[in-house]
Design a protein around this ligand. Structure first.
Ligand SMILES: N[C@@H](CCC(=O)N[C@@H](CS)C(=O)NCC(=O)O)C(=O)O
Length: 225
């Protein structure tokens, strides 16, 4: 079993963090054709996105499905809680990230340049993002992780994404409050992430990869001017 993708993706990081929490090896490998849009990669995964998991030549795409697969087939420590209601909560956190947070984050990516920023678009995305972050805080259990005393699948989806929002949104749109720095549920959750070795090292590696990606993007834009 090998994982195609790079740590600069929050979706790849989700899988890597879950594997580390479980204490299992899911090695990152160079992808066929070296790009998600190469014919070689698309022959393997026509969705043309990372991550994908290669299991004896068969493709499992989509980070959430990969996480569910390694949870069922990968061995190691549990990556989901025992109790069905808590399992549902952990999965729900992941789903909130994908459905109510991720789509609005990409809008901020397109509005990073203050010179060409559309205030109305930013206001709409801000309202939607704040709602999504509110859902996270609302549905997390007492914690300190999103469910209970150990990190699980929901934490693996939410932590890289929160780091991405810190880099793309809170750093560039200071009028938007970072809820991980307040005294609400997302702040106690973020402290738990920072206090867990597997979570913190993975989020830090992801943050460094995002910095590298953003520098390369800025250099490309400056080079084009
Ligand atoms: N729903 C997918 C989203 C994956 C995704 O959007 N990956 C991005 C990187 S963050 C990607 O591969 N984009 C295509 C590209 O980079 O060419 C998942 O959960 O795996």
């Amino acid at each position: 079993m090998k994982l195609y993708g790079a740590l600069a993706s929050p979706y790849v990081t989700r899988v890597v963090m879950l594997a580390r929490i479980k204490g299992i090896e899911v090695p990152l490998a160079g992808m066929p054709g070296n790009s998600p849009r190469s014919p070689e990669y698309m022959a393997f995964n026509p969705i043309a996105k990372i991550p994908s998991l290669d299991v004896d030549g068969r493709c499992i795409p989509e980070s959430e499905t990969i996480c569910e697969y390694i949870e069922e087939a990968g061995g190691g420590k549990p990556g989901l809680p025992e109790d069905p209601l808590e399992r549902a909560t952990s999965r729900l956190i992941s789903r909130i990230v994908d459905l109510y947070i991720a789509p609005h984050t990409s809008t901020f990516f397109q509005q990073m340049n203050p010179a060409s920023r559309d205030a109305e678009v930013v206001a709409g995305a801000t309202e939607a993002l704040e709602k999504g972050l509110g859902y996270l805080g609302h549905f997390m259990g007492p914690g300190p992780f999103c469910v209970g005393a150990e990190p699980t699948l929901g934490d693996c989806a939410a932590a890289p994404y929160l780091m991405l929002i810190k880099k793309v949104v809170f750093a560039n749109f200071p009028e938007i409050t970072d809820p991980t720095e307040g005294d609400g549920r997302l702040a106690t959750w973020w402290q738990a992430i920072q206090g867990n070795h597997a979570c913190k090292t993975t989020v830090d590696e992801y943050a460094a990869a995002v910095d590298g990606f953003m520098k390369a993007m800025a250099a490309r834009i400056t080079g084009q001017q």
